[in-house]
Write a protein that binds this ligand. Structure first.
Ligand code: NAD
Ligand code: INS
Length: 352
């Protein structure tokens, strides 16, 4: 079987990382077309990849007859138009989060895909492919902790790019915990509150950072998140799950750590006492922390597209649900009050 011919749109940090992943590690796929708002950037990268050419118009790149599938690593505000073009061309697309930057356009994308009657869109919520998150999910699903009750999350970035505003902390960063909550608990988030304590003096001017988010789910579960994107330290993403019979912690760079009524062991079962853990190296950015997860995500997506399934992971509905929670989050940030998440029911869109 010949390689899947992929066009990557946007060759900034994430796009270039996906290009390297596909050319160096992904089986059954090649990057054959690149596109970027700055053509020189795309040309420079294409020159390093045998058989790769640059197409300057993103919509032409999507429609090109020699492109089988598309990766969107362009900024969120461009996703809607590019996703609709992928649907129009009938091309499978792996869209980096967010699906789009507002609820109405995300819903429009969900509806257009549903009308086609074929799932073509996967959304880049890569944490679902991270081994530790998978382990946490398995502990919930196999009932190890009985009823899962709540989760505590930490999401810290050393810095953010210029122009990153307070609402982007919600829509660009917190969106991952929104997806993690929906993934782990398998239910929708119904309300969001965001508290902005005193800002970090080293945060960019005007940025409300850190923010503390509180989600409530359909069944009344609680998730809290510290989202702090200007720590100046390192990239730290942690989640602690608490259930009726114990708790488990991920993101310590030590593998999943479980605490249960005796014996207290590391997930590896080597008997190390959790209390003995003192410190660990922390990763500088998402590229290191989630590198293996992106590899799995892209390989599984390529395999799914080659099989004709097109999607193996979160889809357009997950992107829409996340957008709806984030919209409530932005309102909650402005008002300081809990906000109800406004969403249509999935059943109201046949095929979604
Ligand atoms: N899953 C993750 O962990 C993760 C991590 C980082 C970024 N992202 C997402 O990936 C996307 C890209 O983020 P990034 O950090 O790589 O940004 P970036 O700014 O580094 O790169 C974006 C690139 O897109 C180009 N571009 C801008 N408008 C374009 C257009 N209309 N058509 C084609 N190219 C265009 C820019 O010139 C730039 O090269 C965003 O949606 C972001 O949220 C996801
Ligand atoms: O775009 C990035 C990316 O999604 C990272 O995974 C997240 O940790 C950052 O906060 C965000 O700005």
């Amino acid at each position: 079987m010949t390689d899947l011919r992929i066009a990557v749109l946007g060759v900034g940090m994430m796009g270039a990382d996906h290009v390297a992943r596909i050319t160096e590690r992904t089986k059954g796929a090649s990057v054959t077309v690149l596109n970027d708002y700055f053509p020189d950037k795309a040309e420079e990268l294409a020159a390093t990849i045998p058989g790769c050419r640059v197409i300057n118009d993103p919509l032409d790149a999507i429609a090109d007859p020699e492109v089988d599938a598309v990766i969107l690593a362009t900024p969120g505000p461009t996703h809607e138009k590019q996703l609709l073009a992928c649907l129009e061309a009938g091309k499978p697309v792996m869209c980096e989060k967010p699906l789009t930057t507002d609820v109405s356009t995300s819903l429009e994308v969900v509806k257009r895909e549903a009308e086609l009657g074929r799932r073509l869109i996967q959304v880049g919520f890569m944490r679902r492919f991270d081994h530790e998150y998978e382990q946490l999910k398995a502990l919930i699903d196999n009932g190890t902790f009985g009823q899962p009750l709540l989760a505590h999350c930490v999401h810290r970035n050393p810095a953010v790019p210029p122009g990153f505003d307070s609402s982007m902390i919600v829509k660009d960063s917190l969106v991952h915990e929104v997806d993690v909550t929906r993934f782990l608990f398998d239910e929708e988030i119904t309300s969001v509150q965001i508290i902005a304590p005193g800002s970090n003096p080293n945060a960019p001017e005007g940025l409300k950072d850190p923010q503390i988010a509180i989600f409530t789910t359909e069944s009344g579960r609680h998730v809290d998140v510290e989202c702090f994107v200007s720590t100046g330290v390192a990239y730290e993403v942690r989640t602690e799950l608490v259930g009726e019979l114990g708790s488990a912690f991920i993101g310590l760079d030590q593998g999943l750590v479980r605490k249960q009524r005796n014996p207290v062991q590391s997930a590896s079962g080597d008997g190390r006492k959790v209390a003995g853990i003192q410190s660990s190296d922390i990763t500088p950015s998402f590229v290191e922390r989630f590198g293996a997860a992106y590899d799995v995500e892209i390989q599984r997506w390529v395999n799914a597209v080659r099989r004709g399934d097109n999607v193996d992971g979160p889809g357009a509905w997950d992107g829409y649900a996340a957008a709806a929670v984030c919209a409530a989050g932005v309102k909650a940030l402005e008002t300081g009050e809990p906000q109800t998440v406004e969403m249509v029911s999935r059943a109201s869109i046949p095929g979604a």
